[in-house]
Each structure stands twice: as structure tokens, then as C-alpha cells.
Ligand binder design. Sequence first.
Ligand SMILES: Cc1cc2nc3c(=O)[nH]c(=O)nc-3n(C[C@H](O)[C@H](O)[C@H](O)COP(=O)(O)OP(=O)(O)OC[C@H]3O[C@@H](n4cnc5c(N)ncnc54)[C@H](O)[C@@H]3O)c2cc1C
Length: 386
Amino acid sequence: MISLLERARDVAERFAGPNAEAVDRDARFPSEAFDALKNAELLSAHVPAKLGGPGATILELAGMCEALARRCGSTGMIFAMHQIQVACLVRHGQGSEFFESFLRQGAKAQRLIASVTTEAGVGGSTRTSIAPVERLANGNCRLRKDGSVVSYGEAADDLLITARRGADSPASDQAMVFVPRADCQMERTLTWDTLGMRGTCSLGYIVTAEFPEARIVPAPFADISAHTMLPFAHVLWGATWLGIASDAVDRARAFIRDVARQTPGVTPPAALRLAEVSGTLQLMRLQVQAMATELDGLDPSAESGRAVLSSIAFALRMNNLKVTSSQLVVDIVTKALRICGTAGYRNDSRFSVGRHLRDAHSAALMIANDRILNSSAPLHLVSKEI
Ligand SMILES: Cc1cc2nc3c(=O)[nH]c(=O)nc-3n(C[C@H](O)[C@H](O)[C@H](O)COP(=O)(O)OP(=O)(O)OC[C@H]3O[C@@H](n4cnc5c(N)ncnc54)[C@H](O)[C@@H]3O)c2cc1C
């Protein structure tokens, strides 16, 4: 039986890589790669066996994100964002008849889930919402949210939307709402003509939906965010950036070998920089893998697991992972560019790392690093360890 990682590598080689240039140039959804991921039944990779999925570990998901991002950063990032949404439902929807049945069907149907978290007016403050869930006289709920950055909103089958739990709730008392895209109105407010990560198609929309109460994920969003959304995001984003960095180093290595072939017996001077950057890449890989392994070892249904997931030290470690891996990816790709020189700077060369560098610069913005550091800063005053 072919492993999940081998299936992801196959999709990366045959579909993500060959279309990466067009996806980037045209800022279009990587549909070839996602059709192939659906055919390979990888969208349901994290759905547990008892609900009909293969129950991939977080370390396995990270490996798949890395493999895809090595060939196309946008494909890796979309896959990561989808798996984060699946994890929120797997971990916080169990016990709900609606969500268990959705996951069971979703495992077969390979539905793609997008996230409407960022909201005009609050930016990347994910723990703050303006739009409320309103209760209607017919027993249903209604939501109208100005989602300013919604990746692959038009390719998604379903949306997970954060909102204030009710009209009287404070901005931090949030709920997560599941809505099939077919049941939403999505009015475009912003385009997505960006420096990098162009294939994520992260346009802005005013999303309006009416839905039954059972579509609200039962757990408070505060728990979903701390125990699942944030740690999964930091690990899987880190793994995606690791894929981008790894491919840039592969290109730098190929360049150095090319130079070496022209002067047999002489190690090219820039090989020194290759040796140096490979150490930084190793550091990045070890951090992503260590945090994925730690997260895999924490059972959110056990009190001991929940205690660690809620701890200050764990929050700091996860924040550190996001901030450092988002910096390392830019550092590593920049070093790969210097090694390749103009061959790396050109867009028409096999050593080009231009797309890698543009994609890498999104990392520090995906929840602004300063915002994260400012949330970590006071925690260091009370934390005894990290
Ligand atoms: C490729 C990509 C895909 C994305 N996909 C999605 C998606 O699918 N769904 C979704 O909901 N969102 C998505 N986002 C949004 C993302 O996660 C962030 O929420 C968003 O990029 C933040 O927007 P901002 O930089 O405009 O706002 P802000 O976070 O408000 O930052 C603006 C500026 O203010 C500074 N700042 C803000 N708060 C602080 C603070 N407390 N301390 C110090 N400085 C601060 C920041 O450093 C920055 O300089 C995506 C973003 C990217 C880049």
C-alpha cells in the first residue's frame, strides 16, 4: 500500500510542480494539484479511522505539506490551511451528530474547506470578531461577515467562519460556524494581486449565510483556537515554508554541482555558503518536526493533554515556531539566491528562486510576527520555562 506521504509526493511531482509557474503567473487556483489530491483521497488524510479516514498524524501531515510546497508553495499552503480546518472539526466536532456525519461523508466526498477568520476592522487578531451570529424568528441563525482575506474561497466546498457567539457577546466570545459554500452569498470586496502566494487566491468577500444552530461547532472558539487551530497552523505553515526553503537549497546545490562539473577537482568557493545554509535548513526542519511530534503526543481528550495544550509554555513554544520558521524561510531562500547569483535571480533559469522568495515573504504576515511577539512578551514575565 502506498503511504500518504508517497501519494503527496506523487501529486507534487506530476501536478503541483508542472503547473506552479502558471499558477503563480496567473494568480489562479492550483486546480490540477487539488483534483489529484482529491483523487488520491488526501483531503481526508487527518479524518480518524473510526470516521472512515486514514487518521494521518500531524507529523505525516507536515511531511505532505512540505512535499507539496517543494514544488508549489501555494499548493502546500492551501493543503495546510484545509487540514487545519479539518483538524478543528475532528477535534471539536466529535459528539455532534452533524459534524460526525459530515466527517464520515467528507472522507469519501473529499470536500475542500476554507477559513473565514480575518475580518475587516480587526485584521489578524483572530481572537476578536465584529460580526455576530444572529438568531432569527424561524429558529435559524444568520451571519454577515466582511472577510478580508479568504484563501481559495471560490474553489472551496465549505467555509468555517468565526463570529461573535451572539448579538450581545463581547468581541472575544466567539463561535466557529460551518457553512457549505453553496448556502452562502459571497460578494467580492478585494482582489488578490500580490507579491507571492498568488495561487492561494485569497480575495476579500462579504459572506452572508443562514444556517441551523447545529452548524455551530459546539466547543468555544477560545478552546478551538488554543488547542487546535493555532498549533496546527504553526506546525503546518512551518512545514510548508520548510518545503519552499528545501527546494531553494536543492536548487543552490544543483547550481554548485553544475559549477563544479566545469572545473573538476576544484570545490567552487560558493560551496562554503551551501554548507552554511544547509545547517540553517536542518535547524528549521528539526524545529518543525519536534513541534509536530510534541503535538501528536498530546491527547486533547485527556486532562493531561489539555493541560499542556492550555499551558503558557506550550503557547510560547508554538509562537516561537511560527516566528522563527517564518524568518528562517526568508533567510534560507535569500542565501540560496546569493549562491546561485544571477542564475537564481533570473525567472527563466532552472536555478530561479524568485517565486520561492516572493512566497516566503508572506510567512511573516500570516498573523503578523509582531502581533505574535507582542502576545508572547507578557507571557515571558510569568513563564518559568519554554
Ligand atoms: C497567503 C495568505 C493567505 C491567507 N489566508 C487567509 C485565510 O484563508 N483566511 C483568513 O481568515 N485569513 C487569511 N490570511 C490572513 C492572515 O492570516 C492575517 O490575518 C492577515 O494577513 C493580517 O492582515 P494585516 O497584515 O493586514 O493586518 P494586521 O495583523 O492588523 O497587521 C498590520 C500591521 O500592524 C502590526 N500589528 C498589528 N497588531 C500588532 C500588535 N499587537 N503588536 C505589534 N504590531 C502589530 C503588524 O505587525 C503589521 O505591521 C492570509 C494571509 C496570507 C498572507
